[in-house]
Structures are given as structure tokens and as C-alpha cells.
Design a protein around this ligand. Structure first.
Ligand SMILES: NC(=O)c1ccc[n+]([C@@H]2O[C@H](COP(=O)([O-])OP(=O)(O)OC[C@H]3O[C@@H](n4cnc5c(N)ncnc54)[C@H](OP(=O)(O)O)[C@@H]3O)[C@@H](O)[C@H]2O)c1
Length: 245
């Protein structure tokens, strides 16, 4: 791997390269093809690379909590984040692995699957849902996970983020998908996008990494790393302070 922006460095220290700037920070991590597709044959796997997976792991190690939309959890077959030896130093003073927080209204999740049955007590899965979610599913989820109710018909993502922060889970890593991402952006909650650009043209009808209501968030390129033709970019939201200093 070679960092090519803002400076040039071979084999940069990825944990330092992706260190959270603040304790309250929401980072999206996504991979896209050059022509902007967020999936290939319905999943992100075909767009990924060895380096992408390495960074994916480091980002999880740095995070207090991993957030994902229910469709991503279902499609990508999420289980709990398993602790890694390489995370030991990154997670000093914190649990060995971050919990997964799933955003869902319908609660159409496999509550008997690993995400709910193979968690450790230090990182129970968190279900972020609504008042209007089916009561029986909510009750069942409550027996296997921590349930946060944040909104009536839809999860109010600003409220959900506040609830996570109140639990000491301020460094949020959102792993998509595009529908959750668009809502986070529209709510002004995206501090950073970690974007892997995969050197593929795929055309077709895959969504872009944001799929939903239009919004406009100016971003600055904070870092770019290259490996095997893949680009690993960090875009950080521009703030008014950035313009005045
Ligand atoms: N390229 C990448 O890096 C990447 C990353 C992640 C995912 N993906 C791909 O993206 C696809 C899935 O993404 P997606 O955009 O279709 O869906 P998504 O954002 O992962 O999940 C959408 C689901 O989340 C729940 N949800 C979203 N907003 C909500 C709200 N405000 N309140 C309550 N529930 C809410 C709903 O779940 P319920 O239906 O349960 O109510 C909704 O169906 C998959 O193909 C996956 O492979 C790609």
C-alpha cells in the first residue's frame, strides 16, 4: 500500500491513518466501482480486494459501534464482529470488539442466527427500531439484543446517534447500505466517508453509495492510499470553521 495524499508513504500505519479525529464522529465505510455501483451481483464482495478487507478490519477495530441497515445485515449475512489480535492496542480500555447496531423497522431479522446468539456479553447486538415495529418481534429481539426505540414510524437517525453516544458509543462506523447512508447524509450526520474505489466498470442498475433523498454535503479529500489499482479515500465533511481558518 502507498499513501499518495496528502503525503507519500509506503505501507502507512493504517490505524494512525484512520484514527478518529473526535470521540463523537460518524464514519461511513463503502466500496464502489469506478462507475459508482455499490454492489455487484447484489453484494459488495465482488468490488472488494485484499486491501479493502484489511482496511475494513482496521476500521472495525477503531470503532465503538458498527451500524448497518437491516438489508445490509440480511444480504451480507452479518454476524458479531469477532475480536482480532491486531485490535488489542486499538481497543485498550474498551471491549475487545464493537457491537453491531442494526437499523430496522420491520425487524425481519434472523433472531436465531449468529448475530443474536453468538454475541459476547461485552458487545450485545443493538437493534435500533421504531414504536410501530411489530410488538412480538420487538419483544423477541429484546430477549436477545439491546433494543433502542428511536422514532415512531421511521428510525430518527439523529436520535439513534444520540442514543448510541449516550451509551459511550461515540465513534460510529456505518457500513451502509446506500439507503441508510442517504438518510444519514440528509440529516447532516456524516462526518466522514471512507471510500474504496474499485477499478471495475459494472454498469447495470446497482445503486450508488447513497440511495434516497437528495442532499448536499461538501467534502474534502483528507487522504488517498493506493494498492493494486484500488484507491482508498478518506473524505471529511467540510465545516464552516474549515473555511474560515
Ligand atoms: N458497497 C458497499 O460498500 C456496500 C455496503 C453495504 C451494503 N451494500 C449493499 O447494499 C445493499 C443493501 O443496501 P440498501 O441500501 O438496500 O439497504 P440498507 O440501507 O442496508 O437497509 C435498508 C433497511 O434498513 C431499514 N431502515 C433504513 N432506514 C430506516 C429508518 N429510517 N427507519 C427504520 N428502518 C430503516 C429498513 O429495514 P427493514 O426492512 O428491516 O425495516 C430498510 O429496509 C446490499 O446489496 C448490500 O450488499 C454495499
Amino acid at each position: 500500500m502507498r499513501r499518495i495524499h496528502p503525503d507519500v508513504e509506503d505501507e502507512p500505519d493504517l490505524a494512525a491513518a484512520y484514527a478518529y479525529p473526535r470521540d463523537a464522529w460518524l464514519r461511513l465505510n463503502m466500496v464502489a466501482s469506478v462507475d459508482g455501483a455499490a454492489w455487484l451481483k447484489g453484494r459488495s464482495e465482488g468490488l472488494s480486494s485484499r486491501g479493502d478487507k484489511r482496511i475494513f478490519g482496521v476500521l472495525r477495530g477503531l470503532a465503538d459501534v458498527v451500524m448497518a441497515g437491516a438489508a445490509t445485515v440480511r444480504t451480507e449475512g452479518y454476524g458479531p464482529a469477532r475480536p482480532r489480535e491486531s485490535w488489542r492496542a486499538l481497543r485498550e480500555g474498551r471491549p475487545p470488539a464493537p457491537p453491531i447496531a442494526v437499523v430496522t423497522r420491520r425487524l425481519d431479522l434472523d433472531l436465531g442466527g449468529p448475530l443474536f446468539t453468538e454475541t459476547e456479553p461485552y458487545a450485545p447486538t443493538i437493534v435500533v427500531t421504531t414504536e410501530s415495529a411489530p410488538k412480538d418481534r420487538r419483544d423477541e429481539a429484546g430477549r436477545r439484543a439491546e433494543v433502542i426505540v428511536a422514532g415512531d414510524d421511521r428510525v430518527d437517525l439523529a436520535l439513534a446517534v444520540r442514543e448510541l453516544r449516550e451509551r459511550g458509543l461515540g465513534r460510529i462506523l456505518c457500513e451502509g447500505g446506500p439507503r441508510i447512508n442517504a438518510q444519514l447524509a440528509a440529516a447532516g450526520l456524516v462526518d466522514e466517508l471512507a471510500l474504496t474505489v474499485s477499478p471495475l466498470l459494472v454498469a447495470g442498475d446497482a445503486a450508488r453509495i447513497m440511495n434516497g433523498v437528495a442532499s448536499l454535503t461538501p467534502m474534502a479529500l483528507a487522504q488517498a492510499i493506493e494498492e493494486d489499482g484500488f484507491l482508498f479515500c478518506r473524505y471529511v465533511r467540510e465545516t464552516r470553521d474549515d473555511h474560515t481558518t
